[in-house]
Design a protein around this ligand. Structure first.
Ligand code: AMP
Length: 476
């Protein structure tokens, strides 16, 4: 008992440190902190492991649709979020990408709507799901259609860069669930086609990305149009101060659900290829051809870089397509469909465009350039290793990216195996002697062996992230 009280105090302190604005009113379920969970609603992570969908309080129609998807048991985020959402509570969930969070909110929403059938006459919008990108909106829309196939609910997806008339026609016919990106939503509200005054449930999906993309003002405008009395579910991969501020204005006594925060999925085999900047494209083509990769998602930092790489791969005889914000929606949809169906071998994407992409059993993700924001690394590689499948994530890292790599390793609390492919040397030779810490222990023992030989000569300098940091003079 004494131990329990101490744990409880420790947890309160932890919570107030991490979420100072919100902790006071929150019940917390935290599957990472299993020693604490018995004192908090929701039960322990072990309990979730043995849960079945049948225990979650969903209806037979929904369970049937879920069974047809072949899901044997709920994922931790589903096991935790579904019962809480069904109670009508607000939720703030930190869920890693690929954890099944979409079903975590769509399944209870469908059940809640099923319980309270809309009256006769025009159907008001009762659920609003806001997403940062069109691709994510489309995917949430597909999930709702899939899980709700035995229910009479109507849903529709609206986003910009495509014709507005079909969207207007659908809204005029009446929808129960609206999935939207913020800009087009406000446009349709302005045209008095979308009326948000009857919304019972609001979902903000990937809220952190919405803020990154500068949607905060649009979100505030949308919030002002919603009834004060409603249920709100906020999903975010990370909880920055801005997210906490936003959450504190939206959520009422929310339940916090956190699943594997800031940790990369164990089913993903991660590896770093050290390579000079000018050799990256040749190395990528070599890896794709020599290992006969059939489907690989490649991340670049810029739209221009994505276009250039796509062209270069084409010249190497590798069928590639780019997906980024400057591409029309038609081009993006076509590229994604071609990639999913196998006609396009390489999809080159920027972070924003790739957000929320769910490609069934994607085997390979390549970071052609490391992201500036370490959390983006987790989102990127989380496109593979989803729903119990294994995957490989490779990062092509040149000298000037070592600090970014250090920051990523610090975030994921793990050193990534280093590999050098013969013939594609790293540009570490270019580091001035005084700038590089002496490599005290090469990392050959941890290197991944497929596609090249373990790096025995010049590994990234130093055995630990801190050592390397000193070696490169500065914090990352
Ligand atoms: P999400 O994190 O929502 O993007 O989901 C990632 C992938 O997991 C999607 O392809 C889902 O179809 C799949 N998925 C969702 N729930 C489950 C489950 N309970 N069991 C197996 N796969 C699931």
């Amino acid at each position: 008992m004494k131990a329990l009280v101490i744990q409880c105090r420790h947890f309160k302190r932890l919570l107030s440190d991490r979420w100072p604005l919100l902790h006071k009113s929150w019940d917390v379920i935290n599957s990472r902190q299993t020693q604490i969970s018995p004192v908090i609603s929701g039960g322990s992570a072990l309990e979730y492991k043995h849960m079945t969908f049948d225990e979650l309080g969903l209806s037979e129609e929904i369970l049937r649709a879920v069974r047809e998807q072949g899901y044997s048991k709920p994922t931790p985020i589903q096991a935790q979020a579904i019962p809480v959402a069904l109670e009508g509570r607000d939720i703030m969930a930190a869920a890693q990408t690929g954890t099944g969070k979409t079903a975590g909110f769509t399944l209870p929403i469908l059940k809640l709507l099923q319980q309270e059938r809309a009256g006769h006459g025009h159907r008001p919008i009762r659920v609003l799901v806001i997403t940062p990108t069109r691709e994510l909106a489309a995917q949430v829309g597909e999930s709702i259609a899939t899980y709700g196939k035995y229910l009479p609910m109507r849903s529709t997806v609206i986003f910009g860069s495509v014709g507005i008339q079909p969207q207007i026609a659908k809204l005029r016919r009446g929808v129960d669930i609206l999935i939207a990106t913020p800009g087009r939503l406000l446009d349709l509200v302005g045209q008095k086609v979308a009326n948000l005054s009857r919304v019972d449930i609001l979902v903000l999906d990937e809220a952190d990305r919405m803020l990154d993309m500068g949607f905060i003002h649009d979100i505030r405008k949308v919030l002002a149009l919603l009834p004060k009395s409603r249920q709100s579910l906020l999903f975010s991969a990370t909880f920055s101060n801005d997210i906490k501020r936003l959450a504190s204005t939206i959520l009422r006594s929310p339940v916090l659900i956190e699943v594997a925060r800031n940790e990369t999925v164990s089913l993903i085999n991660q590896v770093v290829h050290q390579v000079g900047k000018s050799n990256k494209r040749a190395l990528l083509s070599h890896l794709i051809s020599s290992q006969n990769w059939k489907q690989v998602l490649v991340f670049t930092r810029t739209k221009h870089g994505a276009n250039r790489l796509t062209e270069q791969l084409g010249k190497d005889g590798i069928h590639a397509a780019a997906i980024h914000g400057n591409k029309s929606q038609t081009a993006r949809t076509k590229a994604l469909a071609g990639f999913k169906q196998g006609g396009i071998r390489v999809l080159v994407a920027t972070d924003i465009a790739a957000r929320g992409l769910d490609i069934d059993q994607l085997p390979h993700v390549v970071n052609y350039e490391l992201p500036h924001v370490p959390e983006d690394y987790i989102h990127r590689i989380g496109r593979t290793g989803r729903a119990g499948h294994t995957g490989e994530a490779m990062s092509l890292v040149c000298h000037e990216e070592l600090k970014l790599l250090t920051a990523i390793e610090r975030l994921i609390k793990k050193e990534i195996s280093v590999l050098e492919v013969p013939g594609f040397t790293s540009d570490l030779a270019a580091i001035p002697a005084h700038d590089a810490a002496a490599p005290s222990e090469p990392r050959q023992g941890r290197a991944h062996k497929r596609g090249g030989v373990p790096n025995q000569r010049r590994s990234r300098p130093g055995p630990s992230p801190s050592r390397r940091r000193r070696g490169h003079g500065g914090k990352s």
